[in-house]
Design a binder for this molecule. Structure first.
Ligand SMILES: Cc1cc2nc3c(=O)[nH]c(=O)nc-3n(C[C@H](O)[C@H](O)[C@H](O)COP(=O)(O)OP(=O)(O)OC[C@H]3O[C@@H](n4cnc5c(N)ncnc54)[C@H](O)[C@@H]3O)c2cc1C
Length: 389
């Protein structure tokens, strides 16, 4: 274990892997990433990893669009293969979503996103197995898709080895030492690392790590479930589908299977992040299956494959905290991505690395600063509960 580093990143999910990757890539020096379990072993590894661009805040649209371009060009932009499948993203709209549909089209077009409106006939042609009951039209993002979250994280970390990133997987950080309002060192299970910079990318444990530096973040956690069913061999190629009328989403998954989960708004399901039921329970399974089978009836005949639960880490306005803390020089936060933290992880990591290096990022991420809550400048989101970003 190194005794000194130019920056220590705590957490090896998409957030930590991204900022560590971009810090090393820009020549920041010796960058050390600490992961107490395995890379992408918590929320990131269980992410549906959908990369799409419709959001209600311009900054989120910009970041998501940048993400699409990074995933398209993953070997160069993300250090290696991300498993990205550019199958498109289909947003089904009913009467209740008419106004939102117009706003989404405008917002996306304004930011240069490739997007088009589909009629019911177009949707039938694109996705024949869908039951379009209640659907009046759709929005289609042809360049969106989904990635492999574990492969993405590993590529970011391994791809930056050449630039001086060292990852210690299976080593927990246990404390942060400050001296005169500055970061002095990070304590680990393997000893102390002297460093002027620490990034708290500990995901669900971001609050705990913040407390080491005397920061008291307001965080909630929700148990989030997905299920996977097999699909018929002759099913054809579907895009990722968001089904706001039913508050559900479906994604063609690996090995001829389909993943499905429930979207917001719905109730938050609090959990103990250190000990919770990681299996899909019967009630959740029933709720997800009801939506999935109504929208794609042929899947009713298919076999249930498996299901699981993981964690959303939720700040008070559902957006991550990313940036410095005004009173602790050298400390940066990067956690709380709730349900959209995978896709915006790499572009946020890229921008945060610039901020840490004292440079101006191409996408200004000031809006994500942790102090926004104290300053009363939080995000609001127009559609579908906070998670629609
Ligand atoms: C079911 C589900 C579906 C989702 N679907 C999508 C989607 O389709 N698209 C999308 O954009 N987002 C999605 N998300 C959200 C996204 O996955 C998360 O926002 C994102 O993965 C969070 O990444 P993270 O790096 O902040 O946290 P995590 O992935 O949880 O990583 C934090 C890491 O920090 C480590 N750590 C904690 N404390 C310490 C310590 N003291 N020392 C060392 N290591 C430590 C942990 O072990 C962990 O590996 C989904 C989330 C879930 C749960």
């Amino acid at each position: 274990m190194q005794k000194t580093a130019d920056a220590v990143v705590i957490g090896g999910g998409i957030a930590g892997a991204s900022v560590a990757h971009f810090l090393a890539r820009k020549g920041f020096g010796k960058v050390v990433l600490l992961e107490k379990g395995s890379l992408a072993g918590v929320s990131t590894g269980r992410s549906a990893a959908v990369v799409r661009t419709y959001y209600s805040n311009p900054i989120t649209v910009k970041l998501a669009w940048r993400a699409v371009q990074m995933f398209e060009n993953d070997r160069e932009a993300l250090g290696g293969d991300s498993g990205f499948r550019q199958i498109g993203f289909l947003l089904l709209l009913d009467e209740g979503w008419k106004t939102a549909g117009d706003q989404i089209l405008e917002m996306e077009s304004t930011h240069g996103v490739e997007v088009r409106e589909l009629s019911r006939e177009d949707i039938r042609e694109l996705a024949p197995p869908l039951n379009l009951e209640g659907v009046v039209r759709a929005i289609f993002e042809p360049r969106s898709g989904c990635a492999d979250p574990i492969r993405t994280t590993e590529s970011l970390v391994n791809g930056a080895g050449q630039w001086g990133l060292t990852a210690h997987v299976g080593t927990a950080a246990t404390g942060i030492n400050l001296d005169g309002g500055r970061v002095r060192s990070v304590e680990t299970e393997q000893g102390t690392i002297d460093t002027p910079v620490v990034v708290n990318a500990a995901g669900p444990w971001g609050r705990q790590v913040g407390l080491w530096a005397g920061l008291n973040y307001s965080v909630r956690w929700s148990r989030e479930t997905d299920l996977i069913v097999t699909q018929p061999g002759d099913f054809g190629r579907l895009p990722v589908i968001s089904d706001p009328p039913q508050r559900a989403y479906y994604k063609p998954h690996a090995d001829n299977t389909m993943l499905a989960g429930l979207g917001y708004p719905k109730e938050v399901e609090p959990l103990d992040i250190d000990s919770y039921n990681e299996d899909l329970d019967a009630d959740q399974r029933g709720r997800i299956e009801a939506c999935l089978f109504r929208r794609i009836p042929v899947l009713r005949e298919m076999e249930y494959h498996h299901g699981y639960a993981s964690i959303y880490t939720i700040m008070d306005d559902w957006h991550p905290v990313v940036g410095p803390e005004p009173h602790i020089e050298g400390y940066y936060a990067f956690f709380g991505g709730s349900g959209h933290g995978f896709k915006i992880g790499p572009p946020l990591g890229e921008a945060l690395a610039d901020v840490i290096a004292g440079e101006e990022p191409e996408i200004d991420i000031h809006q994500f600063r942790p102090s926004r809550f104290l300053e009363g400048e939080t995000f609001s989101s127009a559609w579908g509960g906070g998670n629609r970003g």
